[in-house]
Design a protein around this ligand. Sequence first.
Ligand code: G6P
Length: 611
Amino acid sequence: MCGIIGAIANRDITSVLIDGLKRLEYRGYDSAGLAVIDSDGELDLRRSVGRVVALEKICSDIHGHLGIAHTRWATHGRPAENNAHPHTSSHQVAVVHNGIIENHESLRQSQKEMGFPFSSETDTEVIVHQIDHHMQNGADLLCAVQNTVDELNGAYGLGVVSKQDTSRIIAARNGSPLLIGLGEDENFIASDMSALIPVAKQYMVLEDGDIADVTGTTVDIYDRDRKPVQRKVLVSSLSDDETSLDGYAHFMKKEIHEQTRAITETLEGRLGANSVLEIPFGENAKEIFDAAREIKIIACGTSYNAACVARYWFEEFGIRCDVEIASEYRYRKHVVNDGTLFVTISQSGETLDTMAALEMAKGLGYSNTLCICNAPESSLARASDLTIFTHAGREIGVASTKAFTTQLVTLLMLAICLRRRALNLSAEGDKIEHEIVLELRSLPSQIEHALGLEDDIIAMSKHFADRQHTLFLGRGAHYPIAVEGALKLKEISYIHAEAYAAGELKHGPLALVDADMPVVAVAPNNELLGKLKSNLEEVRARGGRLFVFADIDSGIHSDDDTHVLHVAPVNNYIAPIIYTIPLQLLSYHVALLKGTDIDKPRNLAKSVTVE
Ligand code: G6P
């Protein structure tokens, strides 16, 4: 999703901006651009559709000490050069913008009446004209931005430069993350710290309503009431180590194979001999767990699928658990029972709908807010009472893999902590806790084993590459695993994939089943296996082609219409984590055969910072 970087320094900053844009590519985008105040004091604007390398090619002759740059993920107006940011007004002012301006139509109307020409279909262009308008009426750059944001409804992270004042960048935030990176006699703005890894370690996070006046040596921040405020200086722990392919063809493949290490690190320090330890979750964890009698989980995308799996664990352990998509939760009324813990799950920690749901929840009487997150320096982590980090390491492939399985591991540990309270057990737990802890310890080697299915999955993937549609089936906690498998396939191979709870097959989707529709099923050896087998028979009876990941002892075997890949026996609690792996590999290899852009699938973004 859209990314911002800006720089003011005593050196040429064009390469810093281009490098920063490359580091923001993982978020997903369709066009990119930059505006630099060049050595003649002119505003030099370059934009292009497609990858940042295309922009880089047309920027080799630009040099300057002050500039802003942007990767755009289209919301208002198609991906096109004229819609790419920065946007300019009268060749005087340039703006980059993340977010959506809701009153852009009325502003556009009044600006047209004032004679401002429009060159894009974006909501952003009204911002730059409005700033220009205020400057033409005598305001300096800071005041012009202040006056403008007072007239905007909606979400924004803004970076603004003007050729009339080449000593500063103005940054403003409302609902769209923005931070200031602090260098030596040079400063930066960025939508996330990964853009600034080589140039700044220290940074400040702007809060909603803040406007920052950033020069090479100073940063002055004003809050919503325009009072000067200090924001804490933080030190980033991000490094470049995680951003190389290490010989893999794609980040997604690397990240699938990293799951053994990612899970090991997520478990690190959190397991005792026979129990899950609570102290490592944070100073206030015990108090927050004590107060939690019910759980409400909010998330989007893959993180939502993780929540749906966890609901089975929580409820099996006697803890009421409700799960909802953030964008739905935000727009309805809620009845909150006493002692309900509000949990958000987010890989990026920046998903706007999840963040907005958390802000809304704060006024609704939940006992506490807890976030399960993979990004320590993220907005959700900062805004929650307690954050439990999944130590997956940075995930770059847009389709989430290691973030998902580490979320599951974390949710299972959380469920165990709450189970003790629900069942009045000691901190050392009981037989079931001991069993789960043993299984969690051996999870990395079990994942390794599941990764060993890859060659067979490569052979299986050939049956999918020329298909238009697929159906995924699962039961119980493996129904959301089927949903996640279908999501992976559609995200990166662009094959339409739908998941159903296998028992629902007869209520509709069975009408679609024929020899052209591959049906994928996950069949662990659990109490629902018999029921699932009957559902698979319903598919076979209609001439459907089955592709089943089945426990070796399930009694399901290959024949003419059924391709079975056997999975080693696995404990029921951790089975959903293990059965995720072959589905990830299947989608990867189908996409590879189709030749799609696996790490950056069309139209999608890694970090979704708009509604
Ligand atoms: C986007 C990503 C998904 C992700 C979802 C939620 O759609 O492409 O991979 O699952 O956002 O993101 P979050 O960072 O909140 O987990």
